[in-house]
Design a binder for this molecule. Structure first.
Ligand SMILES: [Zn+2]
Length: 237
């Protein structure tokens, strides 16, 4: 998969998005430390080289959840150098291959999407997790990023809130589509995911970086999403 087209976009002074055909990953590079958020599929090495970074420059890999489109390359990336792999303690055993992922129960709509985008994705090879985190923990990104619960997408889904300059990584709890931001698909527990997403959308941010879709910069759109998530009946979003 390494020959697919790769786009690198600078979103903020220290933040880059690396996007291949389907997954996207983020790189926080503040001049001294390099952190990757999610690993996508194999094939991000050329993008790092284009930024003038050897793979050995990577210090940290944060996995927002165990799904294979986010962890497919994690085992590879973990071996690039002295890389600390960070994930929530509830997803860590799945990422390590110690426990199978829970069976997915897909809605009718999700089944069609799953067959279109996910059916051909191979299972992610097991990857070590060095640091298990929980919501409220601080990860050393920027001046410190707070781990935000994304419970419901998977039990150990996390977002990251970088306080300065108010950037929110949402994993797949909140994704963006041409129609705007929405609750992500393939949730283990849709009701919990909706509650977590409403709480996540309530943060005052300048830039929202989803696991899928375009980054979002309009805070008004985010507050509308929060209201919609908080009020909607199950299945509306
Ligand atoms: Zn995903």
């Amino acid at each position: 998969m390494g020959d697919r087209a790769t786009e690198i976009r600078k979103l903020a002074p220290d933040l880059f998005m690396i996007r291949t055909d389907f997954p996207q990953v983020y790189l926080w590079w503040d001049g001294s430390e390099v952190t990757m958020i999610d690993a996508g599929f194999p094939g991000d090495e050329p993008a790092l080289a284009e930024l003038g970074l050897p793979t050995t420059a990577l210090q940290r890999l944060v996995l927002t959840h165990h799904h294979e489109d986010h962890t497919g390359a994690a085992a590879d990336v973990a071996n690039w150098g002295d890389v600390e792999v960070v994930a929530h303690r509830a997803d860590a055993p799945v990422i390590r291959g110690e426990r199978p992922p829970p069976r997915r129960t897909l809605t009718h709509e999700e089944r069609a999407i799953f067959e279109r985008v996910s059916a051909g994705i191979p299972p992610a090879p097991p990857c070590r997790v060095d640091s298990e985190v929980e919501s409220g923990d601080i990860v050393a990104i920027g001046g410190g990023a707070t781990v935000i619960s994304g419970d419901g997408h998977t039990a150990g889904s996390i977002g990251l809130l970088v306080r300065e300059p108010r950037v929110l990584f949402t994993g797949d709890l909140i994704v963006t589509t041409p129609g705007g931001p929405t609750l992500g698909h393939f949730n283990d527990d849709a009701a919990s995911a909706r509650r977590s997403a409403a709480a996540m959308a309530a943060h005052d941010v300048l830039l929202l970086c989803p696991g899928h879709g375009e980054p979002l910069t309009d805070p008004q759109v985010l507050s509308e999403l929060e209201a919609a998530l908080a009020s909607s009946a199950p299945g509306v979003l």
